[in-house]
Design a protein around this ligand. Structure first.
Ligand SMILES: [Zn+2]
Length: 426
C-alpha cells in the first residue's frame, strides 16, 4: 500500500515546489539511487527515460529517487538552458540567477543522507572515441559514454570506486548494443586537474561532497528518441544491479515498446472537476472553463507541465506541445452534484461528474434542478438537458479529439462552473 501511494506522487500542482522528486522506497536502508534528468532541456533521451523509470518500474528492494524534469522551463522550450547552462551553476551562482531556487533544492536532494549514488542523464554530441576518426567519432564527443570526474572517492565510501563501476556498466551495456557503432566508453574528465568547466557541474558538486556520481550520455546522433531512451534505461538498470536494487518492469525493453510508452500522454485532471485523456486531443480547445487564477493541473505523466502565456494555457508532455486551452474564465461552484443521470441508447444510467461516457446512437442528459447543461457543439436556445442528442446533430468542429468523436458536456449552477463530462460516440 505504501509503495502504491509513493508511486502516485508524481502528480503535482503548478504552483507548488520547484522540483518534482518521485520516491520509490522500500525500507530505511540508506541505499538509494538518485536519478536526475532534464538539466538540459533539449536532451529528451534522458528525461523520457527517467519518466518511464517512474511509471513502468517497480522497485522491490532498497530505494530509487527520480527527478525527471529538473529544468522544466527549458524542457518546454526544447532548449539547453533558457537561463544559461544549468550544469555550470553548481560551484557558485549569482543571486539574481533565475535558476537559484532549483540549484539550491537539487543540491539539498543530492546531499540528503539517504542518497548513495547519483546519475545525471544527458544526450551528448556524437560518439566518444579515444582517437579522432571524424567529426562524429572523436575524443571531444560525449555520446554513448559513462562519464566520471575522477577514478575514486574516499576508500570507505560505498560505491566510491567510480572507475571500476563505470567500466563494469560499460562492459555490460556493450553486450546489448543495437548497432556496433553504438558501443559505450568510459570518459574520465579528470575534472579536478583538467576541466575547469566541469568543476561547475552537478556531478562534480556531488563527488566533492563524497557522493558517488556519474553522467550517462546517450548520443544525440542516434536515429530515434526511442534508441536514446533504450540506452539510458539499460544503463540505469546496470547501476541498479551494482547497487543491489531489485526491480521489475511491466514491459520488455526494446525500441518498439519504448515508442508505445512514450506516445501515451496519459490523463490530465484540472481543478478536480475536468478529466481529459491527452492522447489524440486536438491542438487547441476554445472557451475552456478555467478559473482566472489558482488552477490546479494534475498529470498522470511525470513530464506533464503547463505554461501560461497571457490568456492561453499550453499543455506539454516533456518537450512535446500537446494542446492549448483558450479559456473562458468562470468562478467555480462548490455546491454541485457529484453525478448526473443520463439516458444512453435508451437506458437510464448514472455517471460521476468527470466521467467519459460511451454512446452508440444517442444520449440525453436528464435535467436537474437549478443546473444548466451545455453540450459543446450542439446548438439549442436553452439548457440542453432532456433533449435526445445524436452524432449527426453535433457540430464536429467542437469535438475535443482529432477523430471528431468526443464532445464536452458542461454543467453550471448559479452562473458558475460545476464540472465537465465527455461523451464519446463509438
Ligand atoms: Zn547535457
Amino acid at each position: 500500500m505504501l509503495k502504491l501511494f509513493l508511486a502516485l506522487l508524481f502528480s503535482y500542482a503548478i504552483l507548488e515546489a520547484n522540483i518534482q522528486l518521485i520516491k520509490k522506497e522500500n525500507d530505511d536502508s540508506n541505499t538509494t539511487l538518485l536519478v536526475i534528468a532534464g538539466i538540459h532541456g533539449d536532451e529528451p533521451g534522458g528525461y523520457f527515460a527517467a519518466s518511464i523509470l517512474a511509471t513502468n518500474y517497480t522497485i522491490k528492494s532498497k530505494n530509487l529517487w527520480i527527478v525527471p524534469n529538473l529544468n522544466k522551463a527549458s524542457i518546454q522550450r526544447n532548449r539547453r538552458g533558457i537561463n544559461g547552462d544549468m550544469n555550470r551553476k553548481f560551484a557558485k551562482i549569482k543571486s539574481k540567477d533565475k535558476d537559484t531556487k532549483t540549484i539550491q533544492e537539487v543540491k539539498e536532494i543530492i546531499l540528503s543522507k539517504r542518497v548513495s549514488l547519483v546519475l545525471n542523464l544527458h544526450d551528448g554530441h556524437g560518439f566518444y572515441r579515444k582517437e579522432n576518426h571524424s567529426k562524429i567519432f572523436n575524443p571531444n564527443a560525449w555520446g554513448q559514454t559513462c562519464v566520471i570526474d575522477q577514478c575514486k572517492l574516499d576508500p570507505n565510501q560505498p560505491f566510491g570506486n567510480l572507475s571500476d563501476i563505470a567500466i563494469e556498466v560499460k562492459n555490460n551495456l556493450n553486450k546489448h548494443v543495437l548497432e556496433e557503432h553504438h558501443s559505450f566508453n568510459v570518459k574520465n574528465t579528470k575534472t579536478k586537474f583538467d576541466d575547469e568547466a566541469m568543476q561547475l557541474s552537478l556531478t562534480y558538486f556531488a563527488v566533492t561532497n563524497n557522493k558517488p556520481a556519474f553522467a550517462i550520455e546517450s548520443s544525440k546522433n542516434l536515429s530515434s528518441l526511442y534508441q536514446k531512451v533504450f540506452y539510458q534505461l539499460l544503463a540505469i538498470e546496470e547501476f541498479m544491479k551494482i547497487m543491489g536494487i531489485e526491480y521489475k518492469k511491466d514491459f520488455i525493453l526494446n525500441e518498439q515498446n519504448i515508442k508505445k510508452i512514450i506516445h501515451n500522454y496519459g490523463n490530465l485532471l484540472i481543478n478536480s472537476v475536468i478529466s481529459l485523456n491527452l492522447n489524440n486531443i486536438k491542438k487547441s480547445l476554445s472557451y475552456f472553463p478555467l478559473q482566472s487564477s489558482s488552477n490546479e493541473f494534475k498529470f498522470t505523466h511525470p513530464l506533464g507541465s503547463v505554461k501560461r502565456v497571457r490568456d492561453k494555457f499550453i499543455i506539454y508532455i516533456g518537450n512535446k506541445k500537446v494542446t492549448t486551452f483558450y479559456p473562458q474564465y468562470f468562478d467555480y461552484e462548490d455546491n454541485c452534484s457529484q453525478s448526473y443521470i443520463y439516458v444512453i441508447d435508451g437506458k437510464k444510467r448514472v455517471f460521476d461528474k468527470t466521467s467519459e461516457i460511451y454512446v452508440t446512437d444517442d444520449f440525453k442528459v436528464v435535467s436537474e434542478k437549478s443546473t444548466r447543461v451545455n453540450i459543446i457543439g450542439f446548438r439549442s436556445k436553452k439548457s440542453e438537458s432532456d433533449i435526445v442528442v445524436s452524432y449527426d446533430s453535433m457540430n464536429k468542429r467542437f469535438s475535443i479529439d482529432k477523430n471528431k468523436k468526443t464532445f464536452r458536456v458542461e454543467f453550471y449552477k448559479n452562473k458558475k462552473f460545476c464540472s465537465m463530462q465527455l461523451v464519446h460516440f463509438k
